[in-house]
Write a protein that binds this ligand. Structure first.
Ligand code: ADP
Length: 319
């Protein structure tokens, strides 16, 4: 069980211009699933680097305040000690992979070799990590000959092999094609159920939002918003710093214009469609709908978020 706490934390890179993180105070409960979003250069990566101790261990600068992971002050703990608690996945898998392994299993086992474990344990843990990310079949493949999505999963398996209970994922899908990104998101969404504390940074959180316990918005080095996704996305002015999901925008407009008076704003395409169903049905009954059978059309498109949103918009315009 690893609780993370930030007490009045500020950090300035030696070569930077001012504070990259400023006066951050927060606690992250063990087992929670936290999303972090915000504009570019806001300090999101810097925040991530503080959790496994990369800051201050690998970066030059001035740290103020206290970052504790499992009660241990990160500036006092060794990187090795922290690596057994916190795993970090970078944006680009090629920054993470060693480039020295000839097989995927060798790559995944790399960190474990340095822990001085028995050969059998190393193999067992490596295979189990590959199974967790769904790529056991790549075990003998050359890591240099994989797609971006496969490489990111190998990188994640290498992190999981170290058996951390906190995972920090910094824009884990931004370098991947939609198919690869979807595969990684699916794994990440399932990690909370496996007991991990997950901190994931993304500028577009649509896919993960329904799974999040808490969403932090970092802006200019500070925690600008902190709450459930519902709370954060409905805070006035939040769209200036965050890419608010389209389902939330539609939900907000429906409430503003008093078409819907229920509480929870829809966080997913499916929830937005469900919320619109009565509107669509009454529009169809009144003959004012834009299409012959709008309910069927929206339902047909529900597996394709892009088309579904177009249809939801279309129907909304007709409401
Ligand atoms: P984000 O992840 O939100 O894009 P970062 O944490 O990367 O933001 O950056 C926050 C600020 O710190 C920016 O002004 C950026 O230029 C600066 N910064 C980030 N990394 C470094 C570094 N390694 N050295 C110096 N300045 C940095």
């Amino acid at each position: 069980m690893t609780r993370i706490s930030f007490e009045n934390v500020s950090w300035e890179y030696r070569t930077g211009e001012g504070l990259a993180i400023s006066n951050v105070d927060l606690d992250i409960e063990s087992g929670s699933f936290i999303g972090i979003t915000g504009p570019s250069d806001a300090g999101k990566s810097t925040f991530c680097r503080l959790v496994p101790g990369y800051i201050p261990h690998y970066f030059d600068g001035d740290l103020e305040g206290s970052v504790r992971v499992g009660g241990r002050e990160v500036s006092e703990a060794s990187i090795g000690e922290l690596a057994e608690r916190v795993g970090m996945l970078f944006e680009n898998p090629f920054d993470q992979l060693t480039g020295a392994s000839t097989t995927v299993i060798e790559e995944v086992a790399f960190g474990l070799e340095n822990l001085g474990l028995e050969r059998e344990t190393i193999v067992e843990r490596s295979v189990e990590s590959l199974r967790r990310v769904g790529i056991e079949e790549l075990i003998d493949r050359n890591p240099q000959r994989l797609s971006g999505g496969q490489s990111q999963r190998v990188a994640l398996a290498s992190v999981l092999a170290m058996a951390p209970d906190v995972l920090v994922l910094d824009e884990p899908t931004s370098q991947l094609d939609p198919h690869g990104a979807e595969a990684v998101f699916e794994i990440v969404a399932g990690m909370k159920d496996q007991g991990y504390t997950v901190i994931v940074v993304s500028q577009r959180l649509d896919r993960l939002t329904p799974h999040l316990d808490r969403l932090l918005v970092i802006d200019e080095g500070e925690i600008a918003h902190d709450g459930t996704p519902q709370e954060v996305f409905t805070t006035p002015g939040v769209e200036e710093v965050v890419d608010v999901p389209q389902s939330v925008r539609i939900g907000r407009r429906l409430r503003e214009e008093e078409y819907v008076d229920s509480g929870g704003i829809p966080l997913t395409v499916g929830a937005a469609i469900e919320e619109l169903r009565p509107q669509i049905e009454s529009a169809a009954d009144g003959g004012s709908a834009a299409t012959a059978d709008p309910v069927a059309e929206v339902e047909r498109s529900a597996n394709d978020p892009r088309v579904a949103f177009e249809n939801v918009h279309h129907v909304y315009e007709g409401v």
